[in-house]
Design a protein around this ligand. Structure first.
Ligand code: ADP
Length: 542
């Protein structure tokens, strides 16, 4: 017997229509590429999204077309999210930190019809111009006054909106229709596309809003450092309008000082980003002697949050929520908010818990399996490959049958490529990416665990641990350190590590670098490090 309830397809545009009505005072503050600060309410954004949809329809964009963006976090990018999906087209966010070759590959692969570009990226587009597909419409996200002289024929974003109606008859499409497209950063092989639907996006936004209320609540002011070109800014542009939180968009200025100033000026209450950006903010807090006054929570994800970072924020009274996820998961899979039953824990115990990646969010299922695919217990001890299933997780990659088949297991779960344990409280603990684990003499060493301890050393500014080949043990760990003023000795690091590790797990050697190479999504690129130190000979491996 069927229930007798209305079936109204979930649509992304409904989020903004709701926010415009229910949270008229909330909205978006943006540091513009033009150099000033811009403010608009969700009500204004909804009207401008309608104007934009008319403008895009006017240049021939139709339902199902892919409209790409190459842009920082800002209100025009936000308007594109809603206008493009609202009119039934697909918003394809491109990561400007990809190589030119990868960028051209995904523009071709996605079959983009238009590309909307921030002023910053004009030189990049000029350099790529002759390789761009014929017929790709280029739109510069600025007004007439800021349109530069260029050999490229850009349309002007504000002119597309000028004079258009602020009402748009948003089509009612199937909720499973595609709405947004984001390619993984492709550290191995070509980038692969995660094609989100209206349904998955709305559900994920609601799941987030339920899960991380300390960031996401009415009146909150959230600064997404995580870019809108990296998995939809972890869902914030969709979740914030639902709850009535405002978004403070930093544009391209993501250094510690710029973030500190913006947080202070805009009374930011929460901020989300990868660990590398928090290194910059923490250094700035140290220099100024205080944290931005209203900052109450940071959400750290994308790579493991080091213990010293979590401790540093918590001691300032700033709550850390350690989250884990993937592009393929929309992206959030788990969150490190402690459960109410953990209120009585002391600070050290709380931080122990927060170093883990936390519990699954509603709508995401987790399993860990051994090398034969058999399920392992959630006892906090068994370590296996992590698989996930849920409403906002890909069922395959866009136009890529081989990669799709390789990614899914026989039961239809998606293989994350991460190796993890899950404890009886449901807390996930990511040991490593399978390809970053160090396999020494038949045992595994977690590079993340070693990094965590080394990061706490007062002479270490940043570090990474990679595997190097070894004739006897297969692989052994090499510690790569960005030192502060003084360089630590390997002995000093070993002394710290010995409190937590067996002797055989300690790094065999240490090298110094000025900075760590980053991937397009701001994470430490271990692939680049492995290449750079491929010829490094470990002390007893000669
Ligand atoms: P890519 O780096 O290829 O763009 P994603 O940004 O989707 O891919 O990153 C997903 C991966 O990042 C996860 O599979 C995991 O290895 C890593 N990751 C994400 N969050 C965390 C975390 N909190 N702790 C450890 N690893 C994490």
């Amino acid at each position: 017997m069927q229930g007798m309830m209305m079936h109204i397809p979930l649509r992304i545009i409904e989020i903004l229509r709701y926010a415009a009505e229910a949270h008229p005072g909330a909205g978006i503050v943006s540091v513009r590429t033009e150099g000033d600060i811009h403010r608009e309410t969700y009500a204004e954004a909804y009207q401008r999204a309608a104007q934009l949809a008319h403008g895009l329809a006017g240049i021939g964009i139709a339902p199902g077309d892919r409209v790409a963006t190459l842009a920082w976090n800002g209100y025009r990018h936000f308007e594109l999210y809603y206008a493009v999906s609202g009119m039934g087209a697909v918003c394809h966010t491109i990561n400007p930190r990809l190589s030119a070759e990868q960028m051209l590959y995904i523009i071709q692969h996605a079959g983009d019809r238009a590309l909307c570009v921030d002023l910053t990226f004009v030189p990049l587009i000029e350099a790529l111009a002759e390789h761009l597909p014929d017929g790709l419409r280029l739109i510069l996200m600025t007004d007439r006054a800021h349109m530069p002289e260029s050999k490229v024929d850009f349309l002007c974003y504000e002119e597309l909106l000028d004079g258009q109606s602020t009402d748009y008859d948003w089509p009612v499409m199937d909720e499973n229709d595609a709405a947004a497209l984001c390619y993984t950063s492709g550290t191995t092989g070509n980038p692969k596309g995660a094609l989100y639907s209206h349904r998955s996006t709305v559900l994920h936004a609601m799941q987030l809003a339920l899960t991380i209320p300390r960031s996401l609540h009415e009146g909150a002011r959230i600064l997404p450092v995580v870019p809108m070109f990296h998995v939809n800014s972890w869902g914030l542009p969709y979740a914030a309008p639902i709850v009535g939180a405002s978004l403070v968009m930093p544009g391209g200025k993501l250094d510690g000082a710029s973030l500190w100033d913006l947080m202070e000026a805009e009374q930011v209450t929460a901020s989300w980003g990868v660990p590398t950006v928090w290194l910059g903010l923490r250094a700035e807090i140290g220099t100024r002697g205080q944290a931005p006054a209203a900052l109450d929570q940071v959400v750290i994800g994308g790579s493991a949050a080091p213990r010293s970072m979590i401790e540093g924020f918590e001691k300032l009274g700033i709550d850390v929520c350690h989250a884990w996820g993937m592009t393929e998961m929309s992206p959030v899979g788990t969150h490190g908010q402690l459960s109410a039953s953990m209120d009585g824990l002391d600070l050290k115990e709380k931080i122990d818990r927060k170093c883990k990646q936390g519990r699954r969010i509603f709508g995401v299922d987790l399993k860990i399996v051994d090398e034969h695919g058999a399920r392992l217990p959630h006892d906090g001890k068994a370590v296996g490959e992590l698989y996930v299933r849920g409403n906002a997780i890909i069922s395959g990659y866009f136009n890529n049958p081989e990669a799709s088949e390789a990614a899914m297991d026989a039961e239809g779960w998606f293989g994350t490529g991460d190796v993890a344990s899950i404890d009886p409280h449901g807390f996930l603990y990511i040991q490593d990416r399978a390809k970053d684990l160090i396999k020494s003499g038949g045992e595994w060493i977690s590079s993340i665990d070693l990094e965590n301890i080394a990061m706490a050393h007062p002479k270490v500014a940043n570090c990474a641990v990679i595997a190097l080949p070894h004739p006897k043990w297969d692989e052994r760990p090499l510690l790569v350190v960005v030192p502060k003023e003084d360089k630590p000795t390997l002995g000093e690091i070993h002394d710290m590590m010995l409190e937590h590790f067996a002797k055989w797990q300690l790094p065999d050697d240490m090298v110094f670098v000025d900075e760590l190479p980053l991937t397009a999504t701001g994470k430490v690129s271990k692939l680049t490090l492995r290449e750079r130190f491929a010829d490094h000979v470990l002390p007893d491996a000669g």
